[in-house]
Write a protein that binds this ligand. Structure first.
Ligand code: FAD
Length: 117
């Protein structure tokens, strides 16, 4: 019944990392198609996330906080707010969303190009 907390936590850390990094690389000026893609991804994530209890809570959060897809900044802030809602429920520290822009990097070429400029 308890499952394995260590594995659930590892999955959570890996998933948040991917999610926040994806949002940090979302286009600053997304097309309608890109906005739709992100929205679909988030709802499908809520359906398919392998920890059932987590997925159920995440789907409730999607209702309370509809995904923000108008820009990279809006999407990143949305991700931070939703993660904080999970933190709150699990009694974990609340993250300062003002610092999120500097935290998540993809290690990809496009990002390095930007830094050089
Ligand atoms: P995590 O919460 O995994 O965070 C990892 C790192 O992200 C932190 O160390 C910090 O540097 C950074 N961070 C923290 N908050 C933010 C933020 N708001 N924005 C950006 N970065 C931040 N576990 C359960 O036991 N029950 C659940 O119902 C549950 N639901 C989940 C739902 C989803 C969608 C996901 C992805 C995970 C869920 N988890 C759940 C797992 C849980 O959220 C944690 O990932 C896990 O407990 C490990 O916690 P952690 O303390 O290592 O930090």
């Amino acid at each position: 019944k308890l499952g394995n907390e260590t594995i659930k936590q590892e999955l959570g850390r890996a998933s948040w990392k991917l999610l926040h990094t994806m949002l940090a690389r979302f286009p600053e000026k997304p097309t309608t198609d890109e906005r739709e893609a992100l929205k679909s991804y988030l709802y499908l994530f809520g359906r398919l996330y392998p920890c059932g209890e987590c997925a159920t809570h995440f789907r409730l959060l999607l209702q309370k906080y509809p995904p923000q897809t108008s820009s990279r900044d809006a999407a990143s802030q949305w991700g931070c707010v939703v993660h904080n809602a999970v933190n709150e429920r699990l009694r974990k520290p609340i993250f300062d969303c003002g610092t999120i822009a500097d935290k998540y990097h993809c290690g990809c070429a496009e990002e390095d190009e930007k830094k050089k400029k």
